[in-house]
Design a protein around this ligand. Structure first.
Ligand code: FE
Ligand code: CA
Length: 527
């Protein structure tokens, strides 16, 4: 029995059944005794995490999984009481808040605690206690008080961490940056079967199609010590892209245009596993539906509008007639076609778009970060027989929906908008202009922060950068982006790994852009 357990109130709870009255004391008592007595060791193999900070609270996460490669984590099919503690010091001598949560078998024995009553703009330490074990200690941070001035915000933004394509050296460097917040913009897992091509290590289960499979896939990723360290270092805010479910899916259609009913069943399993493994404030999914879009405020300095461009998006553009009905794979590379610019085509869905319009009109924040998945600028991927080829899967395939956001920024006078993105496995930066006044000065800028590990072997990406209006384009270096802002301005720095196949890879700055409040657009610095 560990020292923690001897001192932990859980012991008190197990003996007396004393817990907040969320459920019947009698059954709790027996569950508590059973759980404390019979739990396997190694409950906290997947680490801990925190996320979605608010001024008075933060979400604390863990999942009990002594056998993480088992679909049930090696846990008994019983609810298990878990104590949580949050303190201002790492030794937990001044515990600010604590309480009991219940890890339910239905949710894979994951725990999401909405820890409240905290002070704004402060660092905290947190841990969980279950059975006779204490979790690793995580560090987190509350958001600054609502509407108040804030000296600075540092966030690191990252995406696309295919397990097989590299080690997570990037996360070691993110931890060293000591960010206030870590922003993850999608492709946290990849759903593919184990594939030796370009692999430094292999996925450990076949392509997941059900909850059991997705749980094992998340556990594979979450067991990585460098990824755990990044979760232990700072609160995260996440959104998903396609690979959390399946490559290039759009709403209820997968890339093979398979039966939508079957795909939505798969999506439900994937969304549940996503929820079970991330420190989300979001409500749990209901079947294939989960509302992920939300805002996150950092005092009066910044608001993040975190969007979901997968769940509600319409079908890909410019597809041959009858393809979907025939259940044939979609065409990922498209040429111009009439329906590409059809204003009824949507990336966010009508409800989310209306929500975003409202937020962009109401926000009082000095900087407004559109936290989305991919490159917004319409870019030619290749020229084939003189004809431009676009990706059907990013905003290039949804130009009207993209332009509506840009127009909204201009019309609502949204203060200092910036778009942050991922997905393309490359670094990119570009000005954003008002689609109705393309010759005017830029109204915003966008930054795509590379990939943690995922590859983009594309010989055309850099040569086409100037044609595509990208001020910076780099697809051979992996890493992440760092945003530093204060009331007057700031910078975006691209951090590039020497070799993402090495756990100990060094990193260096590969590009820097300065930001000036009230002067939208890119200001490239040399590094
Ligand atoms: Fe990706
Ligand atoms: Ca993607």
């Amino acid at each position: 029995m560990s020292e923690i357990f001897q001192h932990a109130p859980l012991l008190t709870y197990s003996r007396r059944g004393a817990i907040a009255g969320a459920f019947a004391a009698g059954s709790l008592f027996s569950i508590g005794v059973h759980a404390a007595a019979g739990l396997p060791r190694g409950l906290f193999s997947l680490g801990v995490a925190s996320g979605d900070p608010e001024p008075d609270g933060v979400i604390l996460w863990t999942r009990l999984a002594p056998q993480p490669m088992e679909h049930d984590g090696g846990m008994p099919a019983l609810p298990v009481p878990v104590r949580w503690e949050i303190a201002e010091d790492e030794a937990f001598s001044r515990i600010s808040r604590s309480g009991m949560a219940r890890a339910e078998p239905y949710w894979g024995h994951s725990v999401h605690v909405d820890a409240r009553g905290l002070r704004p703009g402060r660092s905290y330490f947190y841990r969980f206690i279950a059975g006779s074990e204490a979790s690793p200690v995580g560090r987190t941070r509350t958001a600054p008080a609502r509407g108040t001035a804030v000296d600075r915000l540092r966030l690191c933004f990252a995406s696309c961490q295919k397990y097989e394509a590299g080690f997570y050296a990037a996360w070691r460097h993110v931890v060293e940056e000591d960010p206030d917040l870590i922003l993850f913009l999608g492709d946290y897992i990849y759903e593919g079967a184990p594939n030796k091509k370009n692999a430094v290590r292999l996925h450990r289960n076949p392509e997941p199609m059900d909850l059991a499979g997705y749980r094992v896939r998340y556990a594979t990723y979450k067991l990585d010590p460098l990824l755990q360290a990044a979760h232990h270092a700072a609160p995260w805010a996440l959104t998903w892209d396609d690979h959390e479910v399946a490559n290039d899916y759009a709403g209820a259609l997968d890339e093979g245009n398979g039966d939508p009913v079957a795909f939505l069943r798969r999506r439900a399993a994937a969304y549940q596993a996503y929820y079970e493994h991330q420190p989300l404030r979001a409500r749990p999914p209901r079947g294939p539906d989960m509302r992920l879009y939300r805002t996150l405020d950092w005092g009066s300095l910044a608001q993040l509008q975190i969007v979901d461009d997968r769940q509600y998006r319409g079908p890909h553009a410019c597809q041959p007639p009858g393809l979907v009905e025939a259940h044939k794979p979609y065409l990922s590379k498209i040429n111009d076609c009439a329906d590409l610019y059809d204003p009824s085509r949507t990336m966010l869905g009508a409800a989310q778009e209306q929500w975003l319009d409202e937020r962009l009109g109401k926000t009082k924040a000095q900087w407004n970060l559109l936290t989305q998945q991919t490159l917004m600028r319409q870019t030619v991927q290749h020229y084939q027989d003189g004809k431009a080829e676009y990706s059907a899967d990013n905003w290039s395939g949804y130009p009207a929906a993209r332009d509506r956001i840009f127009r909204r920024w201009a019309e609502a006078g949204t203060s200092n908008p910036l778009a942050l993105g991922g997905d393309i496995h490359a670094f990119a930066a570009a000005d954003i202009r008002n689609p109705d006044r393309p010759d005017d000065a830029p109204i915003a800028a966008e930054f795509v922060g590379g990939s943690i590990t995922s590859l983009r072997p594309d010989p055309d990406f850099k040569p086409l950068a100037a044609t595509n209006g990208l001020a910076f384009a780099e697809n051979e270096i992996r890493g992440y982006g760092r945003l530093d802002i204060d009331a007057k301005g700031g910078s975006v720095t691209y951090r590039g790994l020497a070799d993402a196949r090495r756990e100990d890879s060094p990193i260096s700055d590969i590009a820097r852009f300065s930001l000036e409040a009230g002067k939208p657009g890119l200001h490239v610095e040399t590094v």
